[in-house]
Design a protein around this ligand. Sequence first.
Ligand SMILES: NC(=O)c1ccc[n+]([C@@H]2O[C@H](COP(=O)([O-])OP(=O)(O)OC[C@H]3O[C@@H](n4cnc5c(N)ncnc54)[C@H](OP(=O)(O)O)[C@@H]3O)[C@@H](O)[C@H]2O)c1
Length: 340
Amino acid sequence: MNDLASRPLRLGILGAANIARAFTAGVAPSKVVTVAAVASRDTGKAEAFARECDIPRSVGSYEALLADPEIDAIYNPLPNSLHAEWSIRALEAGKHVLCEKPLAMNVGEVRAMFAAATKAGRHLVEAYPYRAQPQTLKLRELLAEGAIGKVRLIRSSFGVAFSDPANIRLIPDVGGGSLLDAGSYSVSLALLAAGERPARAHAMAAWGETGVDLSVAATLVFPSGALAQISSSFATAFHRHALIAGDAGWIETTYLNHPPMGGPPVLSIRRGTTLGIPVETIEVAGGNGFLAEAESFRDMILEGPSRWTGATPEQSVDIALTLDAIARSARSGATVDLAA
Ligand SMILES: NC(=O)c1ccc[n+]([C@@H]2O[C@H](COP(=O)([O-])OP(=O)(O)OC[C@H]3O[C@@H](n4cnc5c(N)ncnc54)[C@H](OP(=O)(O)O)[C@@H]3O)[C@@H](O)[C@H]2O)c1
């Protein structure tokens, strides 16, 4: 992989997943990252997917992809219940891993994944395309420079409608449920805005017929005293929105993966505490989040972790701890202290 500066990073995809179609199309214009192969449990499916998505090679098993010396890194868009197993197997096979969110089913799996990455000397990161967007980079810059003062209240929500019982999102055994899916976005944004891991979580859920949570609303309490309300749903019209209110102003963001699809790539900000202060609209560049994310992943492999715009390993552990606490609270009705 020493020659990565002079050739594209060769990605292999585990599973002919729906999201892998969009990922491959998004990454296609890149000069520094290429999708070189796709693996499916079914050879015919792998071949058809490769033809459809213009991927040069296909293989009929995940093991064959991991054994391929012409693959530098793996994109893992398997169902949530398989993220840990196959990311660890990929790391043990010497591949770097870009794994779809949520990184795993629980924080125990997440920690085992990072331990495997450290042992293998390879990078493992969680895919949140919005984190690579100029919109999010600008948001982080504004928060860091204190543009809205100390963050006190956060509200982040992501909802979308799913009703097909065959969709993995509605199947408990493969890690379905709105919290792990859309909720991982709301939680990741809230933790990014707070800049720390919550101390406590209290949550309520509405349960669907298949046994997964269809909607979740949770309150998070941060050590700084900041509070967040996060929500996720599989039973609403598409919406994705966050308000971050500080003691000296507020920011609203759509934190979209691929703006302007479904919304404008803008941040709204009021720099001040009173109603009379005009709200500014900051226009930011949009674009395909998969492309920006994949190129940041490649830059990290070549030049080190500072080139990765997404969640750090510590932040991914914090996201997983928070998701675990919300899930436990939603089931028990009790307020849950986050484990250390
Ligand atoms: N970042 C984003 O914007 C975004 C968006 C959507 C989804 N995602 C994430 O991406 C992952 C996949 O989502 P998706 O909607 O693309 O899923 P999907 O279309 O159902 O694809 C999942 C793939 O996993 C493989 N698989 C292996 N074992 C399976 C099993 N027991 N049941 C079902 N599939 C199995 C299948 O590939 P083969 O049959 O070819 O082996 C299948 O095509 C999830 O973790 C989700 O959270 C992320």
